[in-house]
Every structure is written in C-alpha cells, then in structure tokens.
Design a binder for this molecule. Structure first.
Ligand SMILES: Nc1nc2c(ncn2[C@@H]2O[C@H](COP(=O)(O)OP(=O)(O)OP(=O)(O)O)[C@@H](O)[C@H]2O)c(=O)[nH]1
Ligand SMILES: [Mg+2]
Length: 369
C-alpha cells in the first residue's frame, strides 16, 4: 500500500529545504520564489523501532521497512488555479498524492523574502486553500459541462449515471464556492465513489507543517499558536519543524551523531519521525509485520482492515486463497523473545477471515490458490 504525501505551500517558505533534509536528497533551494518548477520525488524508509527490535530477535537474512514517498511541489500563489505563477500544471501532481503536507512559514528572517512581504500564517493557509478549492471547482465544472452530452446519450446506462452524478456535482460545486473543502461536506461513500476519478484535492487530509526558527522548537511562537488554533477548527494535524536545523541534521553522517544533535537541541523526535507519524495518523494507517528467517518486513495497511484484505497487500493470491492467519503481537515477542516461548504461553493464535488486524501484529498468512 504505497503512502505518498505532497508538499505544498507558498513560494520560498522552505518546502524544498524540508523535503531535501527528510529524504536526504539534494534538490535545489534558493532564496527566491519558484525555485522549484518540476516536482522532486523522494522515498524514505519508515524508521519503525519495532521493526528493528523484531530483527534483533528473529535475525533474518533480510530486513525490509515500509516506505513513504514525498513529492516536493512548486509554490502556489494567489491565482495559481487561474494560471498565475507557475500556473496550474503542477496541481495535477497534487491530485495523485494521499495526504497534503502544507508548509507554512512561521519564522521571522528579513533576509528571506516572503511573497506577500509580511509573515501571517493564517492568511497564507487561506490563500493556499482557496487555490486548492478553485482547482477542485474547475475539475467539477468541467465534468458538469461534459455531463450535458451524457444526459442526452442513447446509451441508457450512461444517461442514468449522468443523471445520478449531476446533483452531487452541483452540490459539491455550491459548497466549494461557500468555502467548504470536500472532506468537510459529509458526503456518503456512494457519492464519494461517484466522484473518485476526479481526485479532488480538498478531499485529502492536510497536515500543517510550521517551519519555525530554532528557538521556537522548545516553545511555540505566536505564529505556531495561531496555526494550531486554526487547525483545531478543521481537524487537521500540526507539526513543528525547523527546516534549517533539519538540513543541518541531514548533513551528519551517522545515526548516532544525528541522535546526539537531536538531544542537544532538546528534541525527542526528528522532523521525519514527526511527519511520518502525522501522515499515518491522518491517513488512518497502521503497520503489521511478517517475520521469518529469510526476511522481516513491515507492511502498511488501513486501520480496520480484516485479515484477508491485509494479506492482499502482500499479494492478491494471499487474499483470494486466504485460509487462516497465524498471529502474535510484537510486544509479546519483545517480552518472551522467541516464537517457541510465544507458543508455549499461548500468545500465538490462529485467526480467521473476520479478524481485524492490529497495529504491531506479526502475521504468517496461510493460503491456498
Ligand atoms: N531562516 C530560515 N530560513 C529558511 C528555513 N527554511 C528554509 N529557509 C530558507 O528559505 C529559502 C527558501 O527555501 P526553499 O526550500 O527553496 O523554499 P521553497 O518553499 O521550496 O520555495 P519554492 O520552490 O520557490 O516555492 C532558502 O533560502 C532557505 O535557506 C528556516 O527554517 N529558517
Ligand atoms: Mg522549492
């Protein structure tokens, strides 16, 4: 189950700086707007401590973490959806991502130019959200225009589908004009399914990523406080990162050096850990493991998935031919150390088709095709 996050925000707010630090890639940053034109892609291994603890006990030949892909996009400005700035060609890239990481400038620095000259995170957030809403509005209106032809189609099925879709699209269009993002519209699963191929941007979960100066990591500055308050009203996650510091950390060679650096800055978690946690939380994702002598591997699944569906993430045959799942929880392994002990203590269970997989389960699927 690929997880990907798109990084959006106004120009020159530090998107590429954060992207490069987190993905350890060297994408171009500069102190002027629109230094990023084509999107940068980077994939990182999810640093899941449980995976490494399982590996210590099972000692497999191979370890495979799950990954998250980040896409660093060009800056959006007022009017982007109408072709201002770099136009809306890159809005197409945002449509493909799972969650949106919205980088918001929350630091003062006279030397770093802000496209609107002053620092005002809420104004910036609203500017971006209006552009994203306009982009959705455009897709919807284009679809409404196309429906005309379908409504008059001789193919009854096409005409009927168009008839169902029309009022839904009209309602969504009206709500967007009222400033409501699609994710807040209380649409039914059927309605959402009918619009699935539009990949609406305001349907995606948003994570606000406050880019702060180093001093503001210890205690939220006023900019961050206002973003947190704003996020509460719309149910989004907020994380606080210092792009400049993350860039310095990523320059350090070893993990130990990085850990020391984090400690000395009084940070418990790196920016990457924070972001991945927020992405998993907003996308409602969890991790299960498969563990054997050959390989120990982490897999991402959607919370609430039943065992056969979770098995289908590995291979569709696993889902099709699902028989049973042999399961224990990783915390039991950490306590008892060996699979033999797990069996002895009744911690290894056999579960069937209705079992809802839990975060941290270690699973061996039995299947037959
Ligand atoms: N003081 C300070 N400067 C930063 C920080 N993060 C980024 N910058 C600087 O801000 C400028 C813009 O950074 P970029 O990462 O290129 O910004 P961007 O959002 O990718 O910009 P575009 O691609 O043009 O939209 C660079 O000069 C960075 O060094 C930060 O946390 N503190
Ligand atoms: Mg950039």
């Amino acid at each position: 189950m690929p997880v990907n996050c798109g990084i959006v925000g106004l120009p020159n707010v530090g998107k590429t700086t954060i992207f490069s630090a987190l993905t350890a890639t060297k994408a171009e940053t500069s102190n002027y707007a629109f230094s990023t034109i084509d999107p940068n892609f980077g994939t990182v291994d999810v640093p899941d401590k449980r995976l490494f603890k399982i590996v210590e006990l099972i000692k497999p030949q191979k370890t495979i973490p799950t990954t998250v892909e980040f896409v660093d996009l060009a800056g959006l400005v007022r009017g982007s959806s109408k072709g201002e700035g770099l136009g809306n060609q890159f809005l197409a890239s945002i449509r493909q991502v799972g969650a949106i990481i919205h980088v918001v400038r929350c630091f003062d620095d006279e030397n770093i130019h802000h496209v609107e000259t002053t620092i005002d995170p809420i104004r910036d957030i609203e500017t971006i959200e209006i552009e994203l809403a306009f982009a959705d509005l455009e897709s919807i209106n284009r679809r409404i225009d196309n429906l005309g032809k379908q409504l008059r189609s001789n193919d009854r099925l096409i005409a009927e589908r168009a008839k169902i879709l029309e009022p839904i699209l009209q309602k969504v269009s009206d709500n967007l004009l009222d400033g409501i993002p699609v994710r807040k519209m209380d649409l039914t699963d059927e309605q959402l399914f009918a619009m699935k191929d539009l990949n609406l941007i305001t349907l995606k979960q948003q994570i606000y990523c406050c880019n702060v100066d180093e001093q503001s990591l210890a205690a939220d500055n006023d900019y961050v406080k206002s973003v947190k308050q704003f996020a509460q009203t719309n149910g989004s996650d907020v994380i606080v990162i210092c792009g400049k510091l993350e860039a310095e950390i990523s320059e350090l060679e070893s993990e130990e050096e990085q850990k020391e650096f984090l400690d000395s800055a009084g940070l418990e978690e790196s920016g990457l850990d924070q972001l991945i946690r927020a992405a998993y939380h907003s996308l409602d994702l969890q991790t299960y493991f498969t563990a054997g002598e050959k390989e120990v591997r982490a897999w991402t699944f959607k919370r609430g998935m039943k065992a056969p569906q979770a098995a289908g993430i590995i291979h569709s045959d696993f889902e099709r031919g699902f028989i049973k799942a042999e399961i224990y929880h990783c915390t039991d392994l950490f306590e008892l150390k060996t699979e033999a002990k797990l069996k002895e203590n009744g911690k290894m269970r056999l579960e069937g088709k209705e079992y809802i997989v839990k975060d941290g389960d270690v699973i061996h699927f039995r299947f037959n095709v």
